[in-house]
Design a protein around this ligand. Structure first.
Ligand code: GAL
Length: 741
């Protein structure tokens, strides 16, 4: 047990060594149960592993139990406060400690903590061990937002985010909210609203706030005396100045700091918390523009669900961080909407680090329930804002249930609460009715008309488009995939040409699992510009190609280069590129034309080559595309005439894993042609066999989808080298290695 008796905050990690019971039973039976009666699990944990599609969404909607033991030091008895904290339990949790109910939480997307000081046992020895049992209700309960109506996504179930026990002194920091004022002037100030709680302490304390730069050096500091209450809370707002030299946080240069808040008694630190922080001014202005640090930034983004194949929402930090990297670095977006609920802090931390702006919203989808339901939704919204208001990446709070009807009193209240908890950020509320009551600061609208209409309010942000109007699979015929890409291209081009629109967020980044009432019947909504495994469709190329070529040269062919895959043979070639020119080599020899007339507003319109009829009736040869920048060759790619699968390519997103029993990385594989392009019509099943301290998660063997597939490699808790052999029924083989340490 990693707990010492020193002064200050101590943390007992609760992630490993849970026993999971896949059924409901009385609490007393869980306390009496032995480890062998359940399954040993590590969290993040999904209450049921599933295939990536074609499953019944009722299958994971049950009540289950998690049980774990932990020790606390004898020296803490009578001195320390003890809290148990959960970052997210889907959907409702009752937490029992040593046989007694410590508390209940309703809502799967936000953290909660219970004071278990009076229930805890201290000291070594079997009789002094603490037992925590969590009853997890993963049914779609109509009393808890977002449920009560139909919902187009799945919440899944389980103890799906991290948990811990926190020991503090009798006076502690209950909350710290850092924010900055006058950001754009040299007189900028860091303010830290701090809540100090007391239980049996009282007396003179000092609260200190220190700004630390990325290397941990002190940049500035302020302190203030506070009378800590014997019981209850006291509030203090610190002002740290002398910040002329701080660097601003921006999307291209996301400079991060840390704010360390300490509680001192007689010069000794008795508690401390740290929050990542960045200095920036973000505003949706009355002229419709979004400005970051005074500069207009046209927003271009996609919506993201936090769900993954097989594991539902139980993705560890590495996968969460990877999603932010896909959105910012691969797709080149500058904003993401966390549709339709608060998402993992690991995802948000990475958005901060990468300069990816975030629109985060409360949980809900079209349905509004009774008064108790609304109170629950507002409670979840409060938990979201308090958890996340230090993130520089978050620029807007969504305070309306996505696409719900007007509800004057409810939304007056949600706006009021949001502005009170965070006066520094504007509110939005996503709607699909243009006529709806506008109580927020930004009119956030889902534009499914396949057009972009003039805004009827300013500021105005498009928060969804495309989606169900054009579901597209990676294994759909090529013309449909091209049309899907052109739909995203048309909408983004049009909004780029309308300065009074702040930006457009498309539906959506990744295909996602959904209910019977939506999607393609196999429990997937194929609305992503990338598939459920995060493999890009052609529509992803539009976003990728808008990147600055100084950062990455992009040239992608929205085609599979097959002679007879279109109706009446290929009519044109569509190429997404940020090069100045694209040359076509091979039997065609020519130049693709930038589609500047059709898409006048994009930084990098796609290119089109129309002379395909010139090859009709001739042999089919290899294709080479050459991208030029400033007249020089910047990129070259080839597609073979012969589409026979040449190789099984396999890779993991990360070559290393932590040996914590829950870390994971995606293992991707695809059947490639001899130039390394996907063979979209390759079928066959790939079997992955792991040796070393890992487990394979997912459908194994996996039957290729659009020529590709993916599984997860998960740490089993031991250290060492792991090797995974992949074999396809076609006979192709591949191997990948991962170090777990
Ligand atoms: C919207 C909704 C999204 C998703 C989308 C599909 O109405 O807000 O959650 O269902 O439609 O296009």
């Amino acid at each position: 047990m990693a707990v010492s008796a020193s002064i200050g905050r101590q943390i007992v990690d609760l992630n490993a060594d849970w026993v999971f019971f896949r059924k409901n039973m009385p609490a007393a039976r869980v306390f009496a149960a032995a480890a062998k009666d359940g399954e040993k699990v590590t969290i993040p944990h999904s209450s049921l592993l599933l295939p990536h599609h074609n499953f019944d969404e009722k299958s994971y909607q049950f009540v289950s139990w998690y049980r774990r033991e932990f020790e606390l030091p004898k020296t803490a008895e009578g001195r320390k406060k003890v809290f148990i904290e959960f970052d997210g339990v889907m959907l409702a949790a009752k937490v029992y400690v040593n046989g007694k109910l410590a508390g209940e939480h309703k809502g799967g997307y936000t953290p909660f903590a219970f004071d278990i000081t009076s229930l805890a046992r201290f000291g070594p020895g079997k009789g002094n061990r603490n037992v925590v049992a969590v009853q997890v209700d993963s049914r779609e309960r109509p009393d808890i937002a977002p449920f009560g109506g139909t919902v187009d996504y799945l919440a899944f179930g389980g103890l799906y985010r991290e948990a811990r026990v926190v020991l503090t002194e009798r006076a502690w920091i209950a909350d710290a909210f850092p924010f900055a004022t006058d950001v754009l002037s040299d007189g900028r100030t860091l303010r830290v609203k701090t809540t100090v709680a007391g239980d049996g302490a009282g007396g003179e304390f000092v609260v200190a706030a220190t700004l630390l730069d990325s290397r941990g050096r002190k940049a500035a500091r302020a302190e203030q005396a506070i009378e800590a209450p014997v019981k209850g809370e006291a509030h203090v707002e610190l002002a740290v100045d002398g910040l002329e030299k701080v660097e601003l946080w921006d999307i291209d240069r996301p400079t991060m700091y840390k704010v360390r808040v300490e509680l001192l008694e007689g010069g000794k630190t008795v508690d401390a918390v740290e929050k990542p922080f960045g200095f920036r001014e973000a505003r949706f202005d009355k002229d419709g523009r979004f400005r970051l640090n005074g500069r207009v930034v046209k927003l271009i983004g996609l919506d993201r669900h936090q769900t993954y194949p097989y594991i539902g929402c139980a993705a560890p930090a590495r996968l969460q961080r990877r999603d932010a990297e896909v959105l910012r670095e691969e797709l080149g977006l500058n904003i993401v909407r966390t549709s339709h609920y608060p998402q993992s802090v690991h995802f948000l931390d990475r958005c901060d680090e990468l300069g990816l702006l975030v629109f985060e919203e409360l949980p809900g989808w079209q349905h509004i329930g009774d008064a108790a339901w609304k109170a629950n939704a507002i409670e979840q919204m409060k938990e979201m804002i308090v958890r996340d208001r230090h993130h520089p990446s978050i620029v807007l709070w969504g305070v309306r249930i996505n696409e719900s009807q007007d509800d004057h009193d409810f939304y007056v209240e949600s706006n009021r609460v949001s502005r009170e908890l965070d006066p520094t950020r504007q509110t939005g509320g996503v709607r699909c009715f243009r006529e709806s009551e506008f109580l927020e600061d930004v009119f956030t609208f889902n534009e499914f008309s396949s057009n972009v209409r003039e805004p009827n309010h300013v500021p105005y942000l498009i928060t969804e488009f495309a989606g169900h109007t054009f579901p597209t699979k990676t294994f759909d015929r090529v013309e449909r995939q091209i049309e899907h890409a052109l739909l995203h291209t048309r909408i983004q081009d049009k909004q780029m040409g309308m300065p009074e629109i702040a930006g457009a967020i498309g539906w959506c980044a990744f295909d996602y699992n959904t209910h019977i009432d939506f999607g393609s019947g196999d429990r997937i909504c194929y609305h992503g510009v990338s598939d459920i495994f995060r493999f890009p469709k052609f529509a992803a190329y539009l976003y990728m190609s808008q990147k600055d070529p100084a950062k990455q040269v992009v040239m992608e062919l929205a085609d599979f280069w097959a002679r007879g895959d279109w109706n009446h043979c290929t009519k044109f070639l569509l190429i997404y590129s940020n090069c100045d020119e694209v040359l076509i080599n091979g039997q065609l020899n020519g130049r693709a034309e930038p589609m500047r007339d059709e898409f006048p507003n994009l930084a990098h319109p796609p290119f089109r080559f129309d002379k395909m009829k010139d090859v009709w009736g001739h042999g089919w040869n290899d294709l080479e595309l050459v991208g030029l920048i400033g007249g020089k060759v910047a990129i070259r790619k080839r597609w073979p005439a012969d589409k026979l699968p040449s190789k099984l390519a396999a890779w993991t997103d990360s070559k290393v894993l932590d040996a914590d029993g829950s870390d994971m990385t995606q293992l991707s594989f695809m059947m490639a042609d001899r130039f390394g392009n996907v063979c979209p019509y390759a079928t066959g099943a790939v079997t992955a066999k792991a040796s070393g301290p890992v487990r394979i998660i997912g459908e194994n063997p996996f039957a290729l989808v659009g020529g590709r597939g993916a599984l997860y490699v998960r740490s089993d808790g031991r250290k060492g080298a792991a090797s995974i052999e992949l074999t396809c029924t076609s006979g192709h083989k591949a191997q990948v290695k991962v170090k777990v340490g």
